[in-house]
Ligand binder design. Structure first.
Ligand code: NAD
Ligand code: UGA
Length: 312
């Protein structure tokens, strides 16, 4: 298969591209190399993909000739976007709408024209649920985002579903629950915690540290993305991908202390607007539709992220 991956220089995109190439597929990757975090990290992610079967197009989804590119592939995995819950307030909101809504609409217009796609995968987010009333939260729950980021991810998800309903774009949206593992973005919790632990510097904990996340290992996310493009049958329009072990930030820090063998210095700071108290997703639908279930628990996943970081 020839697969288009948008956001290919990022954390999840580069991991998905590497796995697809390992399996013998061709990958066309698009990335604008935005400056949300150190661009040299994205260049390093890309260098791991420099091999036969990989073509890189550097550019913005809001500007590239997408119909031509989408028309030449069998499947699209749309991971490009502006992530980050806590930084989505204020003047930067326009960055979020352009990257998460406008770019998604433009890509879907191209997918509508390219009649041969076997799948269009959209990277949605647990943040569309906001402060959920029921755990584990399933896909029937009414979305109620709690951050501007969540609003833009939900808008992208709705666009993806309505292009499926109106034009038959064979789309599926996966709601990823806080993803971690090798290449995790430097603004995310595990990345920051492990870096600070290594350096012996204080670790910033927002709020009381009792907030809970259903952390999901990146290889498990990639396995679901690949399963969805390998399957030719119809899939539900929206599915959760949740790691299956909801743990608190304080529990994570205990694990990080054991894995690194360091005593941690914690610096408690006020909770940040937009951060929810708890996420916990049901993956029953992904299990029945794709035979998918998470395989990596948080303790072994953190050990793998630490081993990767130590080898850099
Ligand atoms: P990332 O920032 O590492 O990767 C996103 C990539 O998209 C970046 O390399 C960026 O340069 C690129 N990009 C942004 N806007 C673009 C544009 N207009 N045109 C072309 N490229 C553009 O982020 P990630 O953590 O790998 O997340 C990937 C996707 O998954 C995002 O859409 C994010 O919202 C979603 N998601 C991530 C998580 C998580 O925990 N990491 C959870 C839920 C959903
Ligand atoms: C993550 C991603 O960053 C989003 O892009 C994604 O959409 C979202 O998951 C999701 O699942 O939908 P988040 O859950 O905030 O968002 O992930 P982390 O940045 O890893 O934070 C996890 C928890 O650690 C949060 O409660 C946060 O408050 C806390 N944290 C983070 C700290 O206490 N200190 C830090 O320095 C960083």
């Amino acid at each position: 298969m020839k697969v288009l991956i948008t956001g290919v220089a990022g954390f999840i995109g580069s991991t998905a591209a590497e796995k697809l190439l390992d399996l013998g597929n061709d990958v066309v990757g698009i990335d604008a190399i935005t400056d949300y975090y150190d661009q040299s990290i994205k260049r390093r992610n890309l260098s791991a993909l420099d091999r036969d079967g990989f073509t890189f197009i550097e550019g913005d989804l809001n500007e590239l000739p997408l119909a031509e590119i989408v028309g030449s592939v069998d499947a699209v995995v749309h991971l490009a976007g502006q992530p980050g819950v806590r930084s989505s307030w204020g003047a930067d909101f326009g960055i979020y709408t352009r990257a998460n809504v406008d770019a998604t609409q433009r890509l879907l217009e191209a997918a509508k024209l390219g009649g041969n796609l076997r799948r269009f995968v959209y990277a949605s987010s647990s943040s569309i649920y906001g402060q959920a009333d029921v755990y584990p939260t399933d896909e029937t729950m009414v979305p109620r985002p709690f951050s501007p980021y969540g609003v833009t991810k939900l808008a992208g998800e709705h666009l993806t579903s309505l292009y499926r309903e109106n034009f038959g774009v064979p789309s599926v949206s996966f709601r990823f629950f806080t993803v971690y593992g090798p290449r995790q973005r430097p603004d995310m919790a595990f990345s920051r915690f492990l870096t600070a632990a290594e350096a012996g510097s204080p670790i910033t904990v927002y709020g009381d540290g009792k907030q809970i996340r259903d952390f999901t290992f990146v290889d498990d996310i990639v396995a679901a993305l690949i399963a969805s493009i390998q399957t030719s049958g119809e899939l539900p329009p929206v599915m959760n991908l949740a790691g299956g072990s909801s743990v608190s930030v304080l529990e994570v820090l205990d694990t990080i202390s054991s894995v690194t063998g360091r005593e941690l210095k914690l610096d408690f700071q006020p909770a940040v607007d937009g951060d929810v108290v708890k996420t916990g997703g049901s993956s029953v639908l992904a299990r029945s539709s794709l035979s998918w279930s998470p395989t990596v628990d948080v303790a072994s996943g953190i050990a793998r992220q630490y081993a990767w970081m130590s080898a850099l």
